[in-house]
Design a protein around this ligand. Structure first.
Ligand SMILES: Nc1nc2c(ncn2[C@@H]2O[C@H](COP(=O)(O)OP(=O)(O)OP(=O)(O)O)[C@@H](O)[C@H]2O)c(=O)[nH]1
Ligand SMILES: [Mg+2]
Length: 205
């Protein structure tokens, strides 16, 4: 289990497979420098960012799934730790941002779908809902995607959300963290913050 969680009563977490751009998005949200990398598995411990004023923080959690050079048992342990972290703090987490690689997600999901296999991304999406954390799916790296509409509709379909994706703008947010194009995510997060009566946190999104 991850140690040393700062004592904050409101939180937004970033979760997802390794190398999808969680830390890049974290940098974009917070304006702080965060380690990012070409190689998966850069973030091994949660990165918490809090501010002097509000009782709020954003947490960039380690990625899981395939990572070059990282043994399977370590990858599984990271995933277990991430799930436990979210479970343990679910009552404080206002929004769970599930980051996907828009270019790769559908192929990876389809490759890992089977009679006794649920893909990590799909599992995590339903897990967030199960623990009553509002999920927002940040479909990242859209700068590399040509068939945007089709891709977003396929992602909805795999997550059990009836297409077209435009019906789910509080849940599905196409972005490019690297380019700083994150308006759709800000909108979706604000929607949930508003529902939670937390317009005071709009300053961060
Ligand atoms: N083309 C493109 N590349 C991106 C985008 N966002 C992130 N990347 C790249 O994706 C790679 C991984 O980014 P990270 O932010 O380190 O990914 P991560 O999800 O934090 O990875 P872990 O810490 O291993 O879980 C880096 O090379 C980033 O520059 C994006 O919007 N577009
Ligand atoms: Mg990272």
């Amino acid at each position: 289990m991850f140690e040393q969680r700062p004592n904050r009563d409101s939180e937004i977490v970033l979760v997802g497979r390794s190398n999808v751009g969680k830390s890049t998005l974290m940098r974009e949200i917070t304006g702080h420098s965060v380690d990012t990398g070409q190689k998966p598995g850069v973030t091994r411990k949660p990165n918490h960012f809090d501010w002097a004023g509000p009782d709020f923080m954003v947490t960039d959690l380690p990625g899981f799934g395939f990572m070059n050079g990282v043994p399977e048992d370590v990858r599984e342990q990271i995933k277990t730790d991430v799930v436990r972290y979210v479970e343990a703090n679910a009552d404080k987490i206002l929004v769970g941002i599930l980051v996907l690689d828009g270019k790769a997600a559908v192929d990876i999901i389809d490759r890992h779908s089977g009679p006794d296999e649920i893909p990590h991304d799909v599992e995590l999406f339903h897990f967030l809902r199960d623990v009553d954390v509002e999920p927002v799916v940040a479909v990242n790296k859209m700068d590399k995607v040509d068939d945007e509409e089709e891709r977003l509709n396929d992602i909805c379909d795999r997550l059990g959300l009836y297409p077209p994706w435009q019906q789910w703008q509080e849940t599905i947010a196409p972005i490019s963290a690297k380019r700083g194009t994150v308006d759709a995510l800000d909108e979706a997060v604000r929607h949930h913050l508003h529902e939670a009566g937390r317009d005071d946190l709009f300053q961060f999104f």
